[in-house]
Design a protein around this ligand. Structure first.
Ligand code: ADP
Ligand code: ASP
Ligand code: MG
Length: 814
């Protein structure tokens, strides 16, 4: 025998029923088959809703019944040949009358007992399977329809009845005979108690019906046909990259379904496991797909983790108090109190201090559970030995499941590392001693992110997704986007990174796309975006709660720099070329670094010094390897180097500064370069990176600009510089006369920093520094006489963008 079960979505429309019948025909060709069907998708919920509305005396229940009727009538009309429709249509009408009768009595009594609920819900499967029987008849598929209530016997626990296997197996074997019919058709989900009352096997229970029948008949195989191509590595509705599991053991399937993988009703595995019947999960809409085989040795040994699943709407109850320590019996009483109210416990944790016990339960049970426990511990609470129970809603349980987790250390480390890096707070943890499951309780708002983070960490060796939020698309930002566009496929192929821009903003507009903004048309998308509001941009980055999020600041804006703390606290990494934050008060710089450390985020600002040159990273590598920096000597202003290299007296000083500005080497305000402020900021950052707590006003700055140049606006600056052409010429001539060149040099030595324009001779490392280059000399314990030199283009949008790019990759590969 084959046993095939078709779920609600498989029988939801006349077209899908055609698929179902094709699958059934194929099965019958191989061997006699039993087909179990659920109610047409959505009907069970509608029946329940009608009943609930009737209990509160809302007439709307009639509309719901009318909708149910219309769906069934329409289904019949579209599915059956006109000539054979009438008897089926009258059967539907008759059954609808019964539903109306039940609902009107609920309406009168204002009460829906579990017994009546089961009776009401049974109509979904009864009507659907009867219509299917007529369809089979019309197609010439000879078969026998049996009311499952005559086969499956249960106790009277309505809503979730327990099967009496002895009698059930006997009845199934008596009534289903491969010699009598090649094809049997049964409604799933429904059963009856010893008094003949209708019972149900619990929501989703049609899977179980099929398993009970398969086990009783020692079936060759059981197939659960649904709307996905197997049991997947995670719920495909939550995790887009979930993929079907080819094969899995009974225990793992059970564990996954217990922890929320809705594709299989949890009790289904038990009966087939005992008989070792292979269970397949297949897709009605893609029957050629492999699907999942659940069997005794069904684990792919290379895969330590089989899947992830989750349970939503969870409440946490914590019983705490010093009076619990070392006294046996507390947990027994806690669980007895919960059991007395039929509260199902999903997860339990107890610290070894025994000071508290925490249990996760369904939110629906929270009220009665808390009451029961408070009552049970009433006298201890009065004495102050324990506190009244603390209950909190809004949680989810996420479970990692796999047979081969046993004896593989490091899996929980990887799990919590991935969650931590993404700012997901873990409220409770439980690992079954079977080591087949590690469960964590996280806030419901983090559920989707947690599932995706873990899925990426355990199943997507293919690539890691990086989500960027970019502010500033001027010179640097636009080049960065260009580079990203060019490199996207390289990063995916070679570094296994899928880098996507989720949010982009300039000072006027902002745009978001959760699936990544198309980088070939970002300008247009940004133009069509909404008005820029920095707070809203940040709020959206936080709300989207994407894994591996990185915020990129390509501005020189104070307000943007002030958002970093909030972002880092939310575990969103920050990559910035904006020097404001790192050169602000030392306490601020320090706090940012600490926040990054505490919240597992990255705070990277390599481009603050020397644009794309690896200055800060080199310094940190030296320190990390145990070296000590004694002196840093550097030309850190690409602008000033460009200006003094170019200035030979043939052109006025002012016009060279203007050229530097138009070519994009200067800060947006060139006075920051010319006054030495920009260089001060850079040497300050380097000094701080060596571990020296320094403030900007501790840096000595010997200015070379006449004071009037720094007054007023930028235009006034240029006018004043023009006016003082002689001043600059004198500086130049004096240096020339001594065979020297002018260089603006920053120094950090013996804990002190200074910046000044200096005339250097041909023996200096800086004498031949070309164009807008920067050079940094590190004198250290290891590099005593000959310094370690980092030298190259130290200004310009292209190299700055590439420096930001490297920081993004660095943050992504943590
Ligand atoms: P049926 O109506 O066929 O019984 P269900 O809706 O009960 O179907 O179960 C199928 C659904 O289970 C899928 O559409 C999917 O959204 C959900 N699901 C949750 N977790 C998983 C998982 N790990 N693998 C596959 N599907 C899952
Ligand atoms: N129709 C029932 C439900 O919706 C049983 C099932 O679909 O398996 O819960
Ligand atoms: Mg189901």
């Amino acid at each position: 025998m084959n046993v095939l079960k078709f779920g609600g979505s498989s029988v939801a429309s006349p077209q899908s029923v055609d698929e179902v019948l094709a699958i059934v025909k194929k099965s019958v060709q191989k061997r006699p088959s039993v087909v179990v069907v659920s109610a047409m998708g959505g009907i069970t919920d509608m029946l329940l809703m009608a009943g609930r509305l009737a209990t509160v005396r809302s007439d709307e229940y009639k509309q719901i019944i009318a909708e149910i009727e219309n769906r069934f009538l329409d289904y019949v009309r579209k599915m059956l040949p006109v000539a054979t429709q009438s008897s089926t249509l009258s059967m539907v009408k008759q059954q609808i009358n019964s539903i109306e009768d039940i609902c009107s009595s609920i309406y009168i009594l204002e009460e829906m007992s579990p017994r009546i609920t089961d009776k009401l819900l049974s109509f979904g499967e009864l009507i659907t399977s009867s219509i299917l029987a007529d369809k089979m008849q019309a197609e010439g598929m000879e078969h026998c329809w049996i009311d499952s209530r005559e086969l499956i016997k249960t106790n009277s626990k309505f809503g979730y009845a327990t099967v009496s296997f002895g009698i059930t197996n006997k009845l199934i074997r008596q009534r289903i005979d491969a010699n009598a019919y090649n094809l049997y058709l049964l409604p799933g989900f429904i059963a009856s108690d010893e008094f003949g009352n209708t019972t149900t096997l619990g929501r989703g229970g049609s899977d179980y019906t099929a398993a009970i029948v398969a086990a009783a008949l020692n079936a060759k195989r059981i197939e659960i046909w649904t709307d996905v191509s197997g049991m997947m590595t995670a719920d495909p509705k939550q995790v887009k990259n979930a993929k079907p599991i080819e094969s899995i053991s009974y225990q793992e399937a059970m564990e996954l379904s217990h922890f929320g993988a809705k594709v299989l009703y949890p009790p289904t595995v038990q009966p087939v496991l005992r008989k070792k019947i292979p269970l397949w999960i297949k897709n009605t809409f893609a029957p050629a797909d492999h699907g999942t085989l659940i069997a005794e040795n069904g684990t792919d040994r290379n895969q330590k983790i089989s899947g992830l699943s989750s349970i939503g709407n969870v409440a946490l109850l914590s019983l705490e108090g010093a009076g619990m320590v070392g006294i046996p019996g507390f947990s027994k009483r806690l669980f007895a109190a919960l059991a007395s109210e039929s509260v199902n416990v999903i997860l339990i944790t107890q610290g070894s201090s025994e000071h508290s016990i925490c249990v996760a339960i369904s939110e629906n049970d929270e009220y009665k559970a808390a009451n029961a426990v408070n009552q049970a511990f009433h006298s201890e609470i009065a004495d102050g030995a324990v506190y009244p129970i603390k209950s909190e809603k809004g949680y989810s349980v996420v479970a990692l499941v796999g047979n081969s987790m046993v004896n593989h250390p490091g899996i929980s480390g990887r799990m919590f590392g991935a969650l931590g890096r993404n700012g997901i707070n873990v409220r409770a943890i439980a690992q079954g001693s079977s080591e087949r499951n590690i469960s964590t309780v996280v806030s419901a708002k983090d559920l989707k992110k947690a599932l995706n983070v873990l899925h990426e960490s355990f199943f997507e060796t293919s690539y890691k997704q990086i989500n960027l939020f970019i502010v500033g698309v001027g010179n640097v930002g636009s080049r960065l986007l260009e580079q990203l566009k060019q490199q996207q496929s390289y990063l995916q192929d070679h570094l296994k990174l899928q880098v996507r821009a989720i949010g982009i903003a300039n000072s006027r507009t902002m745009v978001f796309n959760e699936d990544g903004i198309d980088l070939s048309s970002w300008e247009l998308k940004l133009q069509e975006g909404v008005a820029m509001n920095l707070d809203k941009f940040i709020e959206q980055a936080v709300l989207l709660n994407k894994r591996n999020s990185i915020f990129i600041d390509n501005t020189a804006n104070v307000a943007v720099a002030e958002t970093y703390k909030h972002l880092l606290r939310k575990s969103i990494s920050v990559v910035t070329c904006n020097k404001i934050a790192c050169s602000s008060a030392y306490s601020n710089y320090k706090e940012l670094k600490e926040l990054a450390r505490n919240f597992n985020s990255q705070f990277l600002f390599e481009t603050n010094v020397g644009a794309g040159l690896p200055v800060i990273n080199t310094l940190n590598d030296l320190l990390r390897s145990g070296d000590r920096i004694s002196t840093i000597q550097a030309v850190l202003s690409g602008t000033l180097n460009f200006v003094f290299n170019k200035y030979d007296g043939s052109q006025p000083f002012a016009s060279i500064v203007r050229q530097a500005q138009t070519e994009g080497y200067t800060e947006p305000d060139p006075r920051l370069d010319l006054s030495g402020t920009d260089v001060m900021r850079k040497i300050l950052i380097l000094a701080r990176e060596t571990g020296k707590p320094m403030e900007i006003d501790q840096i000595k700055n010997v200015g070379f600009l006449p004071e009037s140049c720094l007054e007023g606006d930028i235009e006034n600056f240029y006018k004043e510089v023009e006016k003082h052409e002689n001043h600059f010429k004198t500086l130049l001539e004096k240096a020339k006369a001594e065979g020297k060149r002018l260089k603006y040099i920053a120094m950090f030595k013996e804990g002190k920093a200074s910046v000044a324009l200096q005339a250097v001779s041909s023996t200096s490392d800086f004498y031949n520094l070309d164009g807008k280059d920067n050079a940094v000399l590190f004198y250290t314990d290891r590099y005593k006489e000959q310094p370690l030199v980092v030298k190259g283009a130290g200004a310009g949008a292209e190299v700055t963008a590439s420096g930001i790019f490297s920081d993004i990759i660095r943050a992504a590969r943590v």
